[in-house]
Design a protein around this ligand. Structure first.
Ligand code: BG6
Length: 285
């Protein structure tokens, strides 16, 4: 049987701990942020920085930040990656049926930026031997609503130097390190020998992270997502980030599932958009 416990987490922020027959997980209400998922006997799936801050109005560094309603830092926006990750979400429902598969549903309380409830966000996190997360955006206003969104997932890896990310060959990407120029992924595997910051577009397919050091393959499967962002800050950016350890770039990679840039979503009045990511792993030998 599963167990869900409400606790006071770091920085005094409320969190939920979930224990299932297969795994454990942790969700902070701050940002509806999944900070931990670990299958029993396996290394943690999600990376969380030792230097992360746990404070209101500041994003948590690691886990799964919810990026909404914009991605990056458009000139006309006040902050990077929207505000959903910095708000306190509320628990709507916890379902823990006899199967032991546990789902926590959270909602973003109405706020002026979202028409005081005209744009509604619901986030369902399901914990079993896998972790899945679904973000549902509903437009009950009388006007179309355009937004970008991304489940900005940080994965634990054994060694970035031997890591491979597969599933993006032939896909166009915008290279954030080269003035967002459009390029096409040539190789079957993305490898890391410096900073990588790429927004792959028009790609509904799953991605695999092959981790030779931890002998595991992580699968990132998605529904309702046309973009995948791949990011590793490498040395200089790691040093420049106040909430990230200087050497932590070696044991993390972000593979982010969303709809950003030209894949932004425009929701007609009354319409709903759903984005789901399912994360699973298995030993690679
Ligand atoms: C990635 C972006 O998604 O997020 C990077 O592509 C950015 O450019 C990174 O540096 C982290 O952003 P933040 O706001 O969490 O520091």
């Amino acid at each position: 049987m599963s167990r869900v416990t409400f606790l006071t987490g770091r920085g005094g922020l409320p969190k939920l701990e979930i224990a299932t027959a297969w795994s454990t997980a942790e969700i902070y209400l701050h940002g509806a942020h999944v900070t931990r998922f670990q299958e029993t006997g396996q290394p943690p799936l999600l990376f969380l920085s030792d230097q992360s801050r746990f404070e209101p109005n500041v994003p948590i560094r690691g886990g799964i930040p919810i990026i909404f309603p914009w991605f990056g830092k458009p000139a006309d926006k006040p902050a990077q990656h929207g505000f959903a990750r910095n708000r306190s979400w509320a628990v709507k429902e916890i379902a823990s049926p006899a199967t032991g598969i546990t789902t926590v549903r959270l909602v973003l309380p109405p706020c002026p930026e979202l028409g005081d409830g005209n744009i509604a966000l619901e986030y369902a996190v399901t914990v079993s031997e896998n972790l899945s997360a679904e973000l549902v955006v509903t437009n009950t206003s009388a006007r179309a609503y355009a937004f970008e969104t991304c489940l900005h997932t940080y994965f634990t890896v054994g060694d970035i130097n031997t890591l491979e990310v597969l599933g993006l060959q032939g896909v166009d990407y915008l290279d954030s390190l080269d003035a967002h120029r459009r390029k096409t992924e040539a190789g079957a595997a993305i490898r890391f020998a410096g900073e990588v910051d790429r927004t792959y577009v028009n790609t509904p397919h799953r991605v695999e992270i092959h981790d030779a050091a931890l002998h595991r393959v992580i699968r990132v499967e998605k529904i309702g997502s046309a973009s995948t962002v791949v990011w590793n800050p490498w040395i200089a950016k790691a040093k420049a980030m106040p909430d990230f350890g200087n050497a932590e770039y070696q044991r993390m990679v972000c593979v982010e599932t969303g709809n950003v840039a030209e894949n932004q979503i425009t929701l007609a009045p009354g319409a709903t958009a759903s984005l789901t990511v399912k994360l699973s792993s298995e030993p690679s030998r």
